[in-house]
Write a protein that binds this ligand. Structure first.
Ligand code: NIG
Ligand code: FE
Length: 396
């Protein structure tokens, strides 16, 4: 397949660039008036329109001046869940905090009760609607976590549903075992941490990563270290959403691919991340929805680190999987430039789920998982006019 008359081909990176950090996050390759060729689902070549060689037998798309960019990569979601938490939305409007809602038996435990009562088939169908919505909005690769089961049978039910979604949809799907999301009903804290450790051998058969909600009122640094130390799965952890939790340091120490949330960080966390493989990942959708501070993305970049942004799509803190809105918040609320925010929702987010060899940029050999926009769009306009429909086609 050949795409011609591309107004702007955006997100070009040389082969082998798996993440961009510091000043490099503010740069991306752009080719104006371009073409791009796809074979067997991969990018095989691209160039400037005057150099295009048309072959009669090839399917072709006239981009009519639209922008072509790599599709969004969403490295942190909880889109497999049952039912809704709209009742808590009203509690929240009436002034209760996330912690207060959780303390009253709402929050994650409410979702676990709903999931327990929902059949595996219904859970799959409800979740697939959200995954389809994400793909329609341009997401081509996503991570999905368990963590609303909170007992061995229901955690496994979630992991099977994630596997089934991975087998059904054209987007790439990575799976994360988040047994340690909250203490399951009927367990003491200690007994539940041990139960999570006991679930790990089975989880290793289903999941790519392991996650722990290392935060005030949930799991401690010691719990996190015990759980991560008991598995061969690579960690990606929740840290520093509700408090300066020590989660970043333990994440770096245990070789996490990413530490996520980071609404509350000091310079100590920034220093701890330097020189590590760990991608700091911020979730502006939950800052927006819960009224939390936005992550200090700009300070991380100034320190030479890269930053990824993801949606955190979930029923309690971010009921939205729109990565274009995430990118816009990166610009509006975190003062990232459009290019910095773009790299955060594509290449760096692909890195944060181990997919940046295949996704996240326009690079020969990578998957042709692309967004083709209407004519006249560029990265700045995407973030600035953040609600105007801009996608003409998602190529997956
Ligand atoms: O990433 N912070 C922990 N977990 C989710 C929220 C889960 C929920 O409230 O259902 C998050 O924000
Ligand atoms: Fe989350």
């Amino acid at each position: 397949m050949l795409i011609t008359n591309i107004g702007k081909l955006v997100g070009i990176q040389p082969e082998g660039v798996l993440r961009v950090e510091g000043e490099a996050q503010g740069r991306t390759g752009v080719l104006e008036n371009a073409w791009l060729r796809i074979e067997d689902g991969r990018i095989v070549d691209f160039g400037s329109m005057p150099s295009v060689i048309l072959s009669g037998s090839e399917e072709s798309i006239d981009a009519q001046g639209g922008m072509v960019m790599p599709g969004f990569c969403d490295s942190h979601t909880h889109v497999v869940y049952a039912g809704s938490r709209d009742g808590e939305f009203l509690d929240k409007i009436n002034g209760l905090s996330y912690e207060e809602i959780a303390a009253r038996g709402g929050g994650i435990l409410n979702s676990a009760d709903l999931l327990h009562r929902t059949s595996e088939e219904a859970l799959y169908r409800q979740s697939l609607v959200r995954v389809q919505e994400m793909m329609d909005k341009g997401t081509v690769a996503m991570e999905i976590k368990s963590g609303y089961g909170l007992n061995p049978a229901d955690e496994l039910k979630m992991l099977r549903v994630i596997r089934r979604i991975r087998e059904t949809v054209p987007a790439a799907v990575k799976s994360t075992f988040l047994g340690a999301h909250a203490v399951g009903r009927g367990y003491t804290h200690e007994a539940y941490v041990q139960a999570v450790i006991d679930m790990l051998p089975e989880a290793e058969k289903w999941a790519d990563f392991v996650d722990v909600f290392c935060d005030e009122g949930f799991f401690t640094v010691e719990d996190t270290e015990r759980i991560l130390g008991a598995t061969s799965l690579t960690p990606k952890i929740h840290a520093n959403e509700l408090a300066v939790s020590g989660g970043v340091q333990v994440g770096v120490k245990m070789g996490s691919l990413s530490v996520d949330h980071l609404e509350r960080t000091t310079d100590v966390e920034i220093s701890a991340l330097k020189g590590s493989r760990t991608m700091p990942t911020m979730l502006p959708g939950s800052s927006f929805f819960l009224g939390l501070p936005y992550g200090r993305a700009k300070d991380f970049l100034k320190a030479g680190l890269g930053v990824a942004l993801a949606s955190d799509y979930n029923p309690g803190s971010s009921p939205c999987g729109d990565m274009r809105f995430v990118m816009a918040q990166g610009c509006i609320k975190m003062r990232l430039t459009p290019v910095e925010a773009f790299n955060a929702v594509t290449l760096n987010s692909a890195y944060a789920m181990g997919l940046s060899k295949e996704y996240g940029s326009i690079t020969v050999g990578k998957r042709a998982a692309l967004i083709l926009t209407q004519a006249g769009w560029d990265l700045t306009k995407m973030a600035y006019q953040y609600q105007t429909p801009f996608i003409r086609q998602v190529i997956l």
